[in-house]
Design a binder for this molecule. Structure first.
Ligand SMILES: Cc1cc2nc3c(=O)[nH]c(=O)nc-3n(C[C@H](O)[C@H](O)[C@H](O)COP(=O)(O)OP(=O)(O)OC[C@H]3O[C@@H](n4cnc5c(N)ncnc54)[C@H](O)[C@@H]3O)c2cc1C
Length: 444
C-alpha cells in the first residue's frame, strides 16, 4: 500500500496518523505546496499578534514525521493521472499511489473588484498570507476589511492589536447575519464599538484605488465613500480548492463530490475536509464543511475506509466556536439566524451586553431543544449534545441548566436572572430557584 495524501492540513495529517496506526506497514507520503510541516491554520492570527511564535503553531516536533515513517514532500501536485495512478509534482517528480487522498482545503474568494490585484490587497488563508500581512501592514495607519464573517473580525482584531485602525465593510444590516440572529449580531457590534473599530453596515466594496507604485491607497464603497487606507483584507469566504482535481475527470461541483465513505468518482481516490462536497448530506447538514473539527473527523473516518474498514462519515451534532475580540461564542445543533417553521427560541441577555444565551426548541409541545447559541459563557459540549440528541424538553434543560455551565461562577452571577426571563416566556412551566449553600439550584 502506498497512500499519497495531497495536503498536510488537519484533514491530511489526521488521515496519515490514523492509517499509520491501523496499517503499521503502509507507505504514506504527505505532499504540501504550503509547508513541509503541518501547522495549525486556526492559530495564524496569534502569530501576527505576537502571542505565539511560528514554531508554536506546529503541533508536532520536526523529528515526529521521520519517527513515524511519514514521508513529507514540499511541492505542488500539478497533474493527476487516474488511469496510470500517479501524481505529477512541480519539482519534476511523479508519485505512484495505490490509494490517493485529496485534502487540498480551500482558497480565499475574490469577486473581480477593480484594483484587487494591487500590492497590499489580500485574503488570510495560508503562511504566504501571514507573511504578506506582516510585511504590508508594517507602519501603516489604516486597513480596510471587506466582509463580516469570522475571518473579518479576526483581521480587524489583528490590525487593532498593532495600533492600525481597521474599517470593516459589511454588506448586511447586522454582523454575520447569515449565521447570527440580530441580537447576537448586536453583541458582536458592541465589541467593535468598544474597541473603536468603525463598521459600515449595508456597505460593499466598489473599487480599490492604487498609487503610482501600484500599492493600494484607498477604497471606494457602494455608498460612494472613499476611505483612505494602506491595506485591504478580504474576508468574504472561502471556496473548495479544486485545482488538482480539475486536471482529471473526477466529478466536482462546488467541491470534490464524495459519497458517505468519502470516496470520489475515481477508484481508490478519496477526498476529505474543506475540499470535499457530500453528494447526499444528512437532513439539516451542509454539503461542504469548512471547519477544523470536521476536517479532523473526516480525516479519521476516511483512513478507516482506506484501510479496508468501510466507515460512513457521520458528523453528529453541529458545533462551532469562535472569539470576537473578548466575546466567546459557541453554537450547538440547529441554531438558525432567522425565522424557521416549527422552531422558536428563548433568548436572555445580561444588561452588560457581554453575556447571552439562546435556546432553540420545537414550537410543538413538549418543546424539544434543538440548539444553543452562547456568548460570553462557556457550555459543556457533551451536555448540550446529549440534550439535543435526546430531544430533551426545554423545561428540563432549563431546570438542569447548571449541568451545562462550564464556569461555576456563572451560577451566582447570572442564572437567577436567566431563569426569571425563562419563567416569563413559559409561565405554565416555571423553573423554581432554591437557594442552597450559597448557590442557586433549579428545580421544577
Ligand atoms: C485564518 C483562519 C482561521 C480559521 N479559524 C477557524 C476556527 O476558529 N475554527 C474552525 O473550525 N475553523 C477555522 N478555520 C477553518 C479551518 O482552518 C479549515 O476548515 C481547515 O484548516 C481545513 O483543513 P483541511 O486539511 O481540509 O485543508 P487545509 O488546511 O486548507 O490544507 C490543505 C493544504 O493542501 C495544500 N494543497 C492544496 N492543493 C495542493 C496541491 N495541488 N499540491 C500540494 N498541496 C496542495 C494547501 O497548500 C494546504 O496546505 C479557519 C481558517 C482560516 C484560514
Amino acid at each position: 500500500m502506498h497512500l499519497v495524501i495531497i495536503g498536510n492540513g488537519i484533514t491530511g495529517v489526521t488521515c496519515a496518523l490514523t492509517v499509520r496506526r491501523l496499517r503499521p506497514e503502509a507507505r504514506i507520503t504527505l505532499v504540501s505546496s504550503e509547508s513541509t510541516h503541518h501547522y495549525s491554520r486556526t492559530a495564524l492570527m496569534y502569530v501576527y499578534m505576537g502571542h505565539l511564535r511560528p514554531q508554536d503553531i506546529k503541533p508536532y516536533e520536526d523529528w515526529f514525521w521521520t519517527e513515524n515513517r511519514l514521508e513529507l514532500v514540499h511541492a505542488t501536485a500539478t497533474n493527476l493521472d487516474l488511469a496510470g495512478r500517479h501524481v505529477t509534482l512541480d519539482n519534476g517528480n511523479t508519485l505512484s499511489y495505490t490509494h490517493l487522498l485529496l485534502a487540498t482545503g480551500s482558497e480565499s474568494k475574490r469577486f473581480g473588484w477593480p484594483g484587487q490585484d494591487l500590492a497590499g490587497v489580500q485574503g488570510l488563508y495560508n503562511l504566504n498570507d501571514l507573511a504578506a500581512i506582516t510585511r504590508d501592514t508594517h507602519g501603516i495607519s489604516r486597513g480596510v476589511v471587506v466582509g463580516g464573517g469570522l475571518i473579518g473580525v479576526e483581521l480587524a482584531e489583528m490590525l487593532h492589536t498593532r495600533g492600525i485602525e481597521p474599517v470593516v465593510l459589511v454588506r448586511e444590516a447586522s454582523y454575520w447575519s447569515a449565521v447570527l440572529p440580530p441580537e447576537e449580531g448586536n453583541l458582536v457590534d458592541r465589541q467593535f464599538a468598544e474597541n473603536h473599530v468603525p463598521v459600515r453596515y449595508r456597505t460593499e466594496l466598489r473599487e480599490i484605488l492604487g498609487d503610482a507604485q501600484g500599492r493600494v491607497r484607498a477604497v471606494v464603497t457602494t455608498a460612494g465613500e472613499e476611505i483612505a487606507c494602506q491595506w485591504v483584507g478580504f474576508a468574504i469566504g472561502v471556496t473548495p480548492n479544486l485545482g488538482l482535481a480539475k486536471t482529471s475527470d473526477i466529478e466536482t461541483d462546488r467541491g470534490i463530490l464524495v459519497d458517505e465513505f468519502l470516496r470520489t468518482s475515481a477508484p481508490q481516490v478519496y477526498a476529505a475536509g474543506d475540499c470535499a462536497q457530500h453528494r447526499q448530506p444528512a437532513a439539516g447538514q451542509v454539503s461542504v464543511e469548512q471547519l477544523w473539527y470536521t476536517g479532523r473527523m473526516q480525516g479519521e473516518t476516511v483512513a478507516h475506509t482506506i484501510c479496508g474498514q468501510d466507515t460512513p462519515y457521520r458528523r453528529g451534532i453541529w458545533f462551532n466556536s469562535a472569539k470576537f475580540f473578548n466575546l466567546e461564542y459557541q453554537t450547538y445543533g440547529q441554531a438558525p439566524a432567522g425565522a424557521e417553521a416549527g422552531v422558536e427560541s428563548f433568548y436572555w441577555e445580561h444588561p452588560s451586553a457581554r453575556v447571552a444565551l439562546r435556546v432553540y426548541y420545537r414550537t410543538e409541545a413538549p418543546h424539544a431543544v434543538l440548539g444553543f447559541n452562547a456568548l460570553g459563557l462557556r457550555l459543556r459540549h457533551a451536555v448540550c449534545e446529549q440534550w439535543i440528541a435526546q430531544q430533551a424538553p426545554i423545561a428540563t434543560v432549563m431546570a438542569e441548566f447548571g449541568r451545562a455551565n462550564f464556569d461555576p461562577e456563572f451560577f451566582t452571577q447570572h442564572e437567577q436572572a436567566m431563569m426569571a426571563a425563562y419563567n416569563i416566556q413559559f409561565p405554565t412551566q416555571p423553573v423554581l430557584l432554591k437557594r442552597r449553600k450559597g448557590l442557586f439550584s433549579m428545580n421544577r
